[in-house]
Design a protein around this ligand. Structure first.
Ligand code: KG4
Ligand code: ZN
Length: 432
């Protein structure tokens, strides 16, 4: 099965083309093409993601990224014969009436390129056995697109682009939940830069999802059933449909949001997470400690919910009481903040593991790039939950990307009729 994936839920435009392949019973993916464009620099002057700018940038970048991915996959075939009828162009005009730039770029591209097909000679790869190749079609089998949660104007661009390609190339569209993508992102093992593997996962698992918009503990009872009649089954697909149960979540700010807000208080650029993390690390190296502990909100509550807004406010009050902080004070504060966040996340996650008798811990989302947190979770597993396997995303897969959407899409894919693509809508608050 070949999956084209599109991700536009926030400030990263990403496209990838993955192909399922099988080696000794485990599910593997060959990365045929992968492209990602971050808009972080553009949003920096707004101190956060500006939805309309994100939407415009996605509309501008999707076609060039698709072209790049198809070229990398050796599936880009230009032609002088116009591939679009007038009726088709009218249809696309209606579909993309809110995205005029995406419309003109898409029409130009689709009129001058053939439906992408794999060229067996040009694309021959040693990883693909003859047996595996014969089980897949010679084109793209499904288009996976993020339909939420995220910024709705941004999500719509990706969805409408997926619908455009689906209309012209006659390929079904599969909607993918961005958070499910993050869960898969953590489990993906990178064998090399072109080959990924989904190792067997023991359930139940607890997933801690920490990003700019989310902080939640999710009990994962199994993966969604893998579609593939014609592709390899997932290691656990026999267990049936996927099941996610949110067992704890933030009552106010997401942890990434708290990092970003505290960074802004310290005059650090957006996104603030990496900046705070850098300062905190420097403080640890230099043994700099703030003379007061910051609060650990809800750490002793008898549930698995979080609250980070009080922690953020306590930093604000401290700053109000002092002169403009110098670099060393910023470092100490960053460390104190990171320590408080780590304590709360580790304590709650440990409770969740115990309560659910989980065999696996999955940490996902942008904040999982944080080195101190990664170490804290590794320590938790070795000291307190040694029977639990830990999955943390490889650095390249902590941020939003289309590889995770392709992998989740593979698990979600069903027959075309099950996904009438016209019904797919952007859902900003889509739950797992
Ligand atoms: O998952 P993600 O890329 O986008 C969303 O879906 O939100 O997460 C972005 C968030 C931002 O709040 C960013 O500050 C945070 O992840 N982040 C970090 C680090 N790297 C990114 N937070 C703490 N430490 C980091 N090293
Ligand atoms: Zn994300």
């Amino acid at each position: 099965m070949r999956i084209l994936a599109i991700e536009t839920s926030c400030d990263e435009t990403a496209v990838s083309l993955l192909e399922t392949t099988e080696k000794s019973g485990s599910l593997q993916f060959l990365v045929r093409g992968n492209a990602l464009l971050s808009q972080v620099d553009l949003h920096q002057e707004y101190g956060g993601v500006y939805p309309n700018l994100a939407k415009r940038e996605h509309a501008k970048n999707l076609v060039p990224l698709l072209e790049k991915v198809l070229r990398e996959a050796k599936m880009l075939e230009p032609t002088k014969t116009n591939q679009l009828t007038k009726e088709r162009v009218d249809e696309l005009k209606e579909l993309l009436h809110r995205e005029p730039e995406l419309f003109s770029r898409s029409v130009l591209f689709l009129a001058t390129h053939k439906r992408p097909l794999i060229d067996p000679v040009r694309s021959k790869t040693p990883e693909l056995s003859a047996e595996t190749s014969s089980r897949t079609s010679n084109g793209i089998d499904i288009i996976a697109v993020t339909n939420g949660p995220g910024l709705e104007p941004a999500l719509w661009v990706g969805i409408n682009f997926a619908k455009t390609l689906s209309t012209v190339w006659d390929i079904p569209v599969v909607p993918v939940n961005h958070m499910e993508g993050h869960i898969f992102s953590s489990v993906i093992k990178q064998i090399d830069d072109k080959l990924l593997e989904i190792p067997p996962v023991k359930f139940p698992a607890i997933a801690l999802l920490i990003s700019g918009g989310h902080t939640e503990l999710v009990q994962v009872n199994n993966w969604p059933a893998s579609s593939s009649q014609d592709g390899p089954a997932s290691p656990s697909s026999s267990q049936g449909g996927g099941s996610y149960e949110v067992v704890g979540e933030t009552r106010d700010d997401a942890v990434g949001e708290a990092f970003d807000k505290v960074a802004r208080m310290l005059d650090l650029p957006y996104p603030g997470g990496p900046e705070i993390s850098r300062l905190a690390e420097a403080a640890r190296e230099q043994n700099l400690v703030f003379d007061k502990d910051l609060p650990r909100p809800m750490i002793d509550s008898d549930n698995l919910d979080f609250s980070f807004s009080g922690l953020k406010t306590s930093v604000l009050y401290l700053l109000k009481k002092m002169d403009k902080p110098d670099e060393k004070t910023k470092m100490k504060l960053a460390r104190a903040f990171e320590d408080a966040v780590a304590d709360v996340l580790v304590t709650k996650t440990s409770h969740a593991l115990t309560t659910s008798k989980a065999k696996t811990l999955i940490i996902g989302g942008g904040v999982s790039a944080n080195k101190h947190l990664r170490k804290a979770f590794q320590k938790l597993i070795t000291t307190t939950h040694s029977n639990v396997s830990l999955f943390i995303p490889e650095s390249a897969l902590t941020t939003d990307n289309a590889i995770m959407i392709a992998v989740a899409g593979n698990f979600r894919a069903e027959k075309k009729s099950s996904f009438p693509y016209k019904d797919i809508v952007a859902e900003g608050n889509l739950a797992l």
